[in-house]
Write a protein that binds this ligand. Sequence first.
Ligand SMILES: [Zn+2]
Length: 104
Amino acid sequence: MRIRSQDTVMVISGNDKGKRGRVLSVDREAGTLVIEGVHRITRHMRRSQRNPQGGGRLQKEAPIRLDKVMLVCPGCARPTRVGRIPNAEGKRVRVCRRCKTELG
Ligand SMILES: [Zn+2]
């Protein structure tokens, strides 16, 4: 998996193209992720037993597909592809393909 939660990503296609945000969660099985402040949807809530305060509109981020985003490198602040190379201890780590910063 190239992208993890807490990463900053940029959307590269679709309605939210160009937006950046922090990854809140990744669903590996579905191949989707939720980004803070990106792809917000409005749910119209009805007052109910589960939701006694209820009613009104709820803004919520919806998942978007992983292949619509690129990781934003904290080193060079640009969207980048992610490589995996062995570091000094021989462990494979994620790196920025542009500036070779380790991404942890
Ligand atoms: Zn970089």
